[in-house]
Design a protein around this ligand. Structure first.
Ligand SMILES: [Zn+2]
Length: 332
């Protein structure tokens, strides 16, 4: 059995742990123990139902407990109670169904690049999980908070969004509704897109249509966007805003090409958010709705980012990407 010695796990999506790791740059040393690599599926030019089923089966074989190294890495980063979550039969069936629902391109990327998909307990409420590269293998681990399996997408998105604001006594509340799908689907769309991006260097390429005119590098926006109030939030390292400022923030977001405030965090998050919400709109016929309510629950304002003009002009880029069977030569 081939063994690969792992020394460094590089976190590429620390988004869920901002509270603890906002400034953490990205390398966690893990113990150098051997880990067996699963055989990778062969590339498929076109997903027939048979190939699709085989691909899902290959991915399900990589649903495994997190490596001890990954658990150690969490503990080292301050999450002491982290522990493997053993999926029940019904949970495994749900994971399988979600993997089958991914765009064929994302599934193809995971067939080529996923090492382990793991679920863990003990992550504080607002954490999601992480995507991390396995050193010297070109493969990636996706490790998710198991409780997202039972979490409403409304709860998941709203909890994340409210980190941007502080209570100002006005009674105003921001609520984010995602319809058409569930939290696990949204999260796996987002994380598998990170794996695609990292594997192909999509957002690292300045001439990429997902970057040009928006990002000057993976962290910095073009000046016209950088000066937007929407680009000053907690998600970009800014201070917390009084919730009464929500209308100003979302009105500003509506003038940008970003599908969510979280998408402003970096070019990588912008890309992952865009592909995920494109799929939720086009495949799952869902929507993203941000409500600002008063203390009595009356809706004061509503935004639907998937209808923002500059967002809509970008959808064709995702259509084109997902129509391709191979996102880059390295994944042929
Ligand atoms: Zn992310």
């Amino acid at each position: 059995m081939p063994l690969t010695r792992l020394k460094i796990s590089r976190i590429i999506d620390p988004c869920a742990y901002l509270k603890h790791y906002r400034r953490m740059r990205l390398q966690i040393l893990v113990a150098a123990l051997g880990i067996a690599l699963m055989p990778l599926a062969h590339a498929t030019q076109k997903d027939s139902p048979q190939n699709e089923a085989a691909g899902v089966e290959v991915l399900m074989a990589r649903v495994a407990p997190p490596s001890q190294e990954a658990v150690d890495a969490f503990k080292k980063a301050g999450i002491e109670d982290i522990r493997p979550h053993m999926l029940t039969a019904s949970e495994r069936a749900r994971v399988e169904a979600v993997l089958a629902s991914l765009p064929s391109l994302n599934r193809h990327v995971l067939e080529k690049k996923l090492h382990h998909l793991a679920f863990v307990d003990g992550i504080p409420g607002e954490g999601t999980g992480l995507t991390s590269s396995v050193a010297k293998t070109g493969l990636y681990d996706i490790t998710l908070r198991a409780s997202i399996l039972d979490e409403l997408l409304l709860t998941f998105l709203t909890t994340k969004e409210r980190r941007v604001f502080t209570d100002d006594g006005s009674g105003i509340r921001v609520t984010v509704k995602g319809t058409g799908t569930d939290t696990l689907t949204y999260v796996l769309l987002h994380e598998s897109t990170h794996v695609m991006d990292k594997s192909c260097g999509i957002t690292a390429e300045p001439r990429s249509q997902f970057v040009t005119g928006i990002w000057t590098n993976q962290k910095e926006m073009v000046p016209a966007l950088a000066s937007s109030v929407a680009a000053t939030t907690y998600f970009r390292g800014g201070r917390l805003l009084k919730v009464g400022q929500a209308a100003t923030v979302y009105d500003a977001l509506a003038q940008t090409p970003f599908v969510s405030l979280y998408a402003t965090a970096s070019a990588q998050e912008d890309f992952a958010e865009f592909v995920a919400w494109h799929e939720i709109l086009k495949r799952h016929h869902g929507n993203l709705v941000i409500d600002m309510n008063d203390a009595r629950g009356n809706t004061l304002r509503r935004w639907e980012p998937l209808t923002f003009p500059e967002v809509q002009t970008r959808f064709a880029d995702v259509d084109e990407l997902l129509a391709s069977q191979i996102p880059c030569p390295g994944l042929s």
